[in-house]
Ligand binder design. Structure first.
Ligand SMILES: NC(=O)C1=CN([C@@H]2O[C@H](COP(=O)(O)OP(=O)(O)OC[C@H]3O[C@@H](n4cnc5c(N)ncnc54)[C@H](O)[C@@H]3O)[C@@H](O)[C@H]2O)C=CC1
Ligand SMILES: O=C(O)CCC(=O)C(=O)O
Length: 530
């Protein structure tokens, strides 16, 4: 008999199939503290949570029988994924069940902020018949900027069209063809900030999306913008937003999520007359809660019964014989994917992975999953993408994956190259495992290099002229950035070249911008590899 613990309020109807299963016993105990969970988790095979329970390494350590943690929802930021992976506990989520509900909440927020509904309601029930203070705006003919055109963002765009809005969309995986099909104008973040009347964010919170709308964006923002965040707190810089509202750059904002939840009593949003809030209600409908509970219960049953399952967000076990051959390459493959994703500027349409030398003889399917994981994680967030779902996620985003094998490996015993093709560019990174030296990056675009793929790297494209290395070094030194190693790659003397510097800490954006402005330099980019 399998024992399942449900530790958050999860729809009864949604978990009915678990309750009805003859080989499963379900205990519902919402609201337990970490200590209480640690005390009882040892007897359970599965744990079902929503977003309240924080599933910590302590809980997993105590969960000696725990095989699966099911999250009835999308974001798994309340579950310690590395700890689960380390313990071989499968974590699954329900990515589709609350899409429409969250999209509809976003629309409720857009309408509420356009027409001041919460503020007007508060005054009216206080006995004030105030018809002057709440002049709103129509949605018709307004421009809506959607940052993050995944499941929820795409549904928001669809509905906005019905309101007669024009839609500008940005997503690293949004190609011109897909945008055109959806009737969305493919735009950059800057275009949206400068031209939209309303803006809504639907990305995960990743190092890249954290504060993607901050002081710099508010400075160039179209005055009168209205902003909605029903995704994750922290995508929009909260303090910079308050400043922008007070300076009349932003006419109103609606937030369902906060950088810290619940927000502190003195959080500046809470008493601000132009900012409306809800307590993370995006997914809170009867239908969504049923859907996510049904989806997650179904997969938990499959996992407990050792049947094929879907929606795993962490690492599955890899068969030993495959593991032995390929394990040394997994980390290199993922880093090459991540490096290439950080190099590419536009939407990625195709990932071409070429295995050569020793690797041409091996079944590299599981390795390709790591490469694709590396590419996608950069944009989708490492907590959402894993080797189980990376190929599927690529497919749902129309990213084509081509695997090639060749026996010639440019002098290396093994070589992996990853090319990312988009509409107007192709970027390539290649690497190898050198016996006794570990992983190395051996080619960036057309340039041969020899770089360890780890930590903070700066990639500088420049002309091969005297003095450049010195100028870059002086600038970094002046900004207290220590250079650990440096490599220059060029094809011909005096031609185009790349310089790869590994540095001891993250480089501030302003410093990269200063480097890019140096004479004979074309571009400077930070690449971070963990
Ligand atoms: N308020 C709530 O209760 C709920 C919040 N959410 C949150 O909403 C967000 C979106 O969820 P889904 O649409 O289901 O996820 P999704 O994974 O389908 O879409 C996210 C999209 O963001 C894009 N993205 C990543 N980095 C980006 C960047 N720098 N700029 C622009 N786009 C970027 C990705 O390419 C992807 O297409 C997630 O953070 C999720 O946790 C989801 C459900 C309920
Ligand atoms: O369970 C909830 O209400 C939170 C939903 C959410 O934020 C998600 O699914 O990412």
């Amino acid at each position: 008999m399998f024992k399942v613990l449900v530790s958050d309020p999860i729809s009864d109807l949604g978990i009915q199939q678990l309750v009805d299963a003859e080989d499963v016993l379900v205990d519902k105990k919402p609201g337990l503290s970490e200590d209480e969970l640690v005390a009882i988790i040892g007897e359970y095979d599965a744990l079902l949570v929503r977003s309240q329970t924080r599933v910590t390494p302590r809980i997993m350590e105590a969960g000696a029988n725990l095989k699966v943690i099911g999250r009835a929802g999308v974001g798994v930021d309340n579950i310690d994924l590395p700890a689960a992976t380390q313990r071989g506990i499968i974590v699954i989520n329900a990515p589709d069940g609350n899409t429409i509900t969250t999209c509809e909440h976003t629309f409720a927020m857009i309408m509420a902020v356009a027409r001041h509904i919460p503020q007007a309601y508060a005054k009216t029930i206080n006995g004030q018949w105030d018809r002057k203070s709440f002049l709103g705006v129509e949605l018709r003919n307004k421009v809506l900027g959607v940052l993050g055109m995944g499941r929820i963002g795409s549904e928001v765009a669809k509905r906005a069209k019905a309101f007669g809005m024009e839609i500008m969309g940005y997503d690293p995986f949004l190609t011109e063809e897909r945008a055109e099909k959806m009737g969305v104008k493919l735009s950059s973040v800057e275009d949206i900030v400068r031209h939209a009347d309303f803006m809504t964010v639907h990305t995960p919170l990743t190092p890249e999306t954290r504060h993607m709308i901050g002081k710099a964006q508010f400075e160039i923002m179209k005055p009168g913008m209205r902003i909605v965040n029903c995704a994750r707190g922290g995508i929009i810089d909260e303090l910079a937003l308050v400043e922008a509202v007070d300076q009349n750059i932003v006419a109103g904002a609606a937030f369902d999520v906060f950088e810290v939840e619940p927000p502190a009593e003195d959080h500046p949003f809470l008493k601000h007359p132009k900012i409306i809030v809800t307590p993370h209600l995006g997914a809170s409908t009867v239908e969504a809660q049923e859907n996510v509970a049904i989806d997650v219960s179904e997969q938990v049953l499959h996992i407990l019964r050792n049947e094929p399952f879907s929606n795993a967000v962490n690492m599955p076990p890899v068969p030993t014989e495959v593991l032995n051959k390929l394990q040394p390459y997994f980390s290199l493959g993922e880093k090459l994917g991540s490096f290439a994703a950080q190099l590419a500027e536009g939407a990625v349409e195709e990932i071409v992975v070429n295995y050569s030398g020793d690797l041409a003889e091996v079944d590299t399917q599981s390795l390709t999953r790591y490469v694709v994981k590396g590419v996608l994680s950069h944009h989708l967030g490492s907590e959402q993408v894993n080797v189980v779902n990376s190929m599927h996620l690529a497919k749902t985003r129309d990213v084509n994956i081509i695997v090639q094998k060749s026996h010639t490996s440019k002098g290396f015993t093994n070589r992996i190259s990853v090319s990312l093709r988009g509409k107007n560019e192709e970027r390539l990174v290649a690497g190898t495992l050198l016996n006794g030296y570990g992983a190395r990056i051996v080619q960036i675009d057309k340039f041969p290099v020899d770089v360890a793929p780890e930590g903070n790297l700066i990639l500088v494209s420049h002309s091969d002229k005297p003095g450049i290395i010195g100028r870059v070094g002086t600038l970094l030194g002046g900004n207290d950035v220590n250079i650990a190693t440096m490599q220059v790659g060029r094809k011909v003397v005096g031609g185009a070249a790349v310089m790869v510097l590994s540095v001891d800490k993250a480089v501030p954006r302003e410093v990269l911008q200063e480097i890019a402005k140096l004479p004979d330099l074309n571009n400077a980019k930070e690449i971070v590899l963990y």
